[in-house]
Structures are given as structure tokens and as C-alpha cells.
Ligand binder design. Structure first.
Ligand SMILES: [Zn+2]
Length: 528
């Protein structure tokens, strides 16, 4: 299976973000979102994109109606998902199978039961009928000219209890002409050594006739590990999702799996020159599903290559390969030096280099002093490297000339029984003009953000790409009650890069404004 010596084995990457991934609590994708995500997956170079389950909901039906006209996929094969025929039903009058054909994709993936317990208890039918449901459905879809992948549901549990039956189901699918047998750990409870053993057995039996794949979930924290174990045992097809989205604890995370297979196991996955698209795609998809990306996500998270160690920092800069498990730019990420009041001059110098500015000795001393003073007042630059960047640029003599603020004001009203309303007015000078803009919002930050954007937005249309993803407030000196100092942290993104900014004041509106102001200035700096 592994091919000639020296030629890397190819592992097909099958993305199910649009189907399994959309099962995650808190995710609700519109058809437009799904089309935009599919575009990203294709740009990344994944082999298969599972678009959804036609017939299961109106959204997926609309997706398949529109996708053929509206998207031109360059690298990915679009797949429609469905199940086998109903028990004791006929294939040519089966709704699920008809919807699969109507989806109009050349490739389909059907799920079928592989665990005897599920056939007798959930389906309440005989094991022979269980096998026939799979065989008949594959035969029918092949007859309609489709390439068929078979998702063997609960395979690892079934194989543990009644291997003979599980293998019989697989055999039926192979005989009727599937291209790929996908062994699913549907409840995510398997461990790598179990996956390894079962995959090896299936590869021995069917590996010469069809491709063997795995579909793993992360319930035991082994989603990626199980997929790697599967590939090490001979699987050449892996199903997963971007950022590991999925029901419960999620699916095998492709943004971790792909670099592991490519950089560490020497497998051929997505085109090698596209591996650096992994971080931007991960962030872009996080934005489309509207969930902040976990900063600690391997390879693509903002902390994945962040170094805080004061003493080691100069050594890291000189010999990054001694401290980083892979070169971060290989996956489109970068080394970051985390700066706090404890940082020495060498850390700041590296930070300056990372940003691309030159700081001389006296300026550097000034920045160190300023940092210490501000952190004493309640700033926390470790969590706000966007504001730190602006501080360092200003120390180096830079001044933002995008716009100047004359004044801003926020009014909160409690309208009799009709709830709270917030309105912000911002007066700015931009491009030689004075602009006054007023906006409503669901809170002060939202109102200020909307008013500022409407004031400068026509001058800077690129701001449309920038938006806030998180807003955190922390009261620092609790024994002072409402007179305490407030720290506001704002996270922003342009869909590819994220940055965090900070404001500290006794007044929560002022603290919010400071963080918001820095966020917008950085957005303009990145896109002007
Ligand atoms: Zn699944």
C-alpha cells in the first residue's frame, strides 16, 4: 500500500466541516456561509468537501442547488452525504437515495450500520437485512454512475464485539463497488492502539481492492491521534473538520492532522506549497462560523509559537529550531515574543524586529520604562500585543494620521418599560473634513464602534474586513467598588490575522474607547 521507497504515500483529506462540523453547539451556518467556507477549503487544496445531507433540511437542499452554479472548485471534489436505504425498502423508491442523486454530485458518501447491536436494537431488524441495506444501496448508486464512499458507522465498537459481522458489512460494500471504506469511530471513544489494530486488519483484508479511511471524533481526546494511528496502520483517507468543529467534543482536527501527516510522517496530503495557507484558512473559517479561535490550537493558534521565557529569548531568536517543533512559517503562522513588564531589553528588541521597526538604545530604555509604568497602572500587554505594537511604533517616532478625534459621547437611556438603549456620537477629522456621526448599539462599545466606522468608513472601506470578536472587562481594584480601575481587552480580526488591544481607566467607557481606538488604527495600519 505504501508505494515505492522514496515516494511519499498519498493520504486523501476529506473535509466534513459543512456536515459533521456544523453539528457543533453554537454554530448556525447560512447557505452563504457554507459557500464561503467551501471556497476556503478548495483554496487550501483539500481533496473532498462534504457539502451536507440533501433532503435532511432545506438549507442543505439550497446549498446543493446553488453550489454547482455559484462555485467553481479547482482542487476539491464535492460530495453529498446520505444513508443507506430504509430497512425492507426498495432502492428505487427510497427518498434518501433519490435526494442523493438529485444533489448532482459525482461522488456520494453513505453511512451504514456496522455494529450488530445497532442493527438488532436501533434498526430492529436482522443482521442479514443490515448487510443487504448496505449492499443494495451501494449497487444502486453505482448504477447511477456515482463514485461511492461508505462510512462504516460505529465500526470500532462493532469490530470489538462482533468482528465477523462488521467485516461482512464491509465486504458487501466492496463487492458492490465502493471506492473507499471509511471506518468511523462515531462515538469517539476509541484509543489509538485499538484503531491501529482494527485498521491493520481491514487493510489486510480489503486494502488491495479499495482505499481504507478513518473518520474519528475527539470524545476521548484522541481525534487526531486516532487518525494518525489509522494512517500508520495503512489508512490512506482521513475525514475531519477545520478547527475540529463537530458535535460534542468535535471531530478530528484537520488543521492539526494535516501538518502532522505532512511535516512529521512524510505523507503527501494537500499540495505542499499550500500548507502555508493553513493558518489563514483556520482563522477565516473561525470568523465565518463566528467563534473565536482557541489561541492554544496546535500549529494555527496565536499562541502556538509564542515565547515568553525572558532568559531564553535571545537563544530562541538565534536558534529557533532548538525551541520550535516545526518552522512556524511552514503552516503560515509566525514566531511571537510575548512582552510583559518582566521583559528585558532583548525581548523588546526582538518584538520590534518582529513588527519591523528599529528601536535604538535610548528609545528602548524609554519603552521599558513606559511598559513598567503602564503595567503598574493596570495595563497587561501580554494580552494586548496590538496595543504594544502601537506603543512601540509611537516610541520610534510614528504617529497615526488616519483620523483625529475631536470628541465622543455615549448616552444610555432607560425608556419606560421598553428597555435600555445606547447611542454614541463621534466627532472626527478625516481627510481634511470634520465628520459628526451618531449610531445606536446594543451597548457602549458596539455604539461607539458603529459611530466611528460610519464616520471614517467611506474614507477607509477596508475597515469592512475588520471586526471585533471579543470584548472583556475586568475590574482591577475590587475593594474600591465602583471607583475601581477597569481594564478592557478587545480582540479583533481581519479574517486572517487577529490582534488584541487594551484600555485602562477609572471610566469603563473611556477604557473601552481606548481599546477600540487602537483596534481600528491597527486595522487601518494592516490594510493601508
Ligand atoms: Zn462523525
Amino acid at each position: 500500500m505504501s508505494g515505492d521507497v522514496g515516494v511519499p504515500a498519498r493520504v486523501e483529506i476529506f473535509d466534513t466541516t459543512l456536515r459533521d462540523g456544523s453539528q457543533l453547539e453554537g454554530i448556525s451556518l447560512t447557505v452563504d456561509d457554507k459557500l464561503r467556507i467551501a471556497e476556503q477549503l478548495d483554496w487550501l487544496g483539500l481533496h473532498f468537501i462534504e457539502g451536507g445531507w440533501p433532503g435532511a433540511n432545506p438549507k442543505d437542499d439550497e446549498f446543493f442547488r446553488r453550489v454547482h452554479k455559484e462555485l467553481k472548485l479547482d482542487t476539491s471534489t464535492l460530495v453529498a452525504f446520505g444513508s443507506t436505504r430504509r430497512k425492507l425498502g426498495k432502492v428505487d423508491s427510497d427518498d434518501t437515495l433519490r435526494h442523493l442523486i438529485e444533489a448532482g454530485t459525482g461522488t456520494v458518501c453513505i453511512v451504514g450500520k456496522c455494529w450488530d447491536y445497532h442493527v438488532t436494537e436501533a434498526l430492529e431488524t436482522t443482521l442479514d437485512e443490515g448487510v443487504a441495506m448496505v449492499g443494495d444501496s451501494v449497487e444502486f448508486l453505482r448504477g447511477e454512475g456515482r463514485t461511492v464512499l461508505f462510512d462504516a458507522e460505529h465500526f470500532f465498537d462493532g469490530y470489538k464485539r462482533n468482528p465477523e459481522f462488521s467485516l461482512r458489512v464491509l465486504e458487501a460494500a466492496v463487492i458492490k463497488g465502493v471506492s473507499t471504506l471509511v471506518l468511523c469511530d462515531t462515538n469517539g471513544g476509541a484509543l489509538p492502539h485499538e484503531v491501529s489494530e482494527a485498521v491493520a486488519a481491514v487493510v489486510r483484508q480489503f486494502g488491495d481492492d479499495v482505499t481504507i479511511g478513518v473518520h474519528t471524533h475527539d470524545d476521548a481526546g484522541c481525534g487526531v491521534a486516532n487518525a494518525l494511528a489509522g494512517v500508520a496502520a495503512g489508512a490512506r483517507h482521513v475525514q475531519g473538520t477545520i478547527n475540529g468543529y463537530g458535535e460534542r467534543t468535535g471531530n478530528c482536527n484537520l488543521t492539526t492532522l494535516i501538518p502532522n501527516l505532512t511535516l512529521k510522517m512524510g505523507m503527501e496530503t494537500i499540495p505542499r506549497d499550500r500548507l502555508e495557507r493553513l493558518t489563514p484558512v483556520s482563522h477565516h473559517v473561525a470568523e465565518l462560523v463566528n467563534m473565536p479561535l482557541n489561541p492554544q490550537q496546535p500549529y494555527v493558534g496565536t499562541s502556538a509559537f509564542a515565547h515568553k521565557a525572558g532568559l531564553h529569548v535571545s537563544a530562541i531568536a538565534r536558534r529557533p529550531d532548538a525551541y520550535e517543533h516545526v518552522p512556524p512559517d511552514a503552516v503560515g503562522n509566525g514566531t511571537r515574543f510575548v512582552v510583559s513588564e518582566l521583559a528585558g531589553k532583548s525581548t523588546l528588541q526582538l518584538k520590534a524586529k518582529e513588527i519591523g521597526i528599529a528601536l535604538d538604545g535610548p528609545t528602548l530604555n524609554e519603552v521599558v520604562d513606559q511598559l513598567k509604568r503602564l503595567e503598574h497602572e493596570g495595563y497587561h500587554f501580554e494580552a494586548a500585543d496590538g496595543s504594544l505594537e502601537l506603543l512601540m511604533r509611537r516610541a520610534a517616532g510614528w504617529e497615526q494620521d488616519f483620523f483625529t478625534v475631536e470628541s465622543f459621547r455615549v448616552i444610555n437611556d432607560e425608556v419606560d418599560g421598553r428597555g435600555f438603549s445606547t447611542e454614541a456620537t463621534v466627532k472626527v477629522h478625516v481627510g481634511g473634513e470634520r465628520v459628526v456621526s451618531t449610531a445606536e448599539g446594543n451597548g457602549p462599545v458596539n455604539a461607539l464602534d458603529t459611530a466611528l466606522r460610519s464616520a471614517i468608513g467611506s474614507r477607509y472601506p477596508q475597515l469592512e474586513r475588520v471586526h471585533l470578536t471579543d470584548y472583556k472587562v475586568r475590574v482591577l481594584d475590587t475593594n474600591k467598588g465602583t471607583g475601581a480601575v477597569t481594564r478592557v481587552l478587545i480582540d479583533s480580526t481581519d479574517g486572517e490575522r487577529d490582534w488584541s488591544t487594551i484600555g485602562v481607566s477609572e471610566n469603563i467607557i473611556e477604557a473601552s474607547w481606548m481599546a477600540l481606538f487602537d483596534s481600528i488604527v491597527l486595522g487601518l495600519l494592516r490594510h493601508t
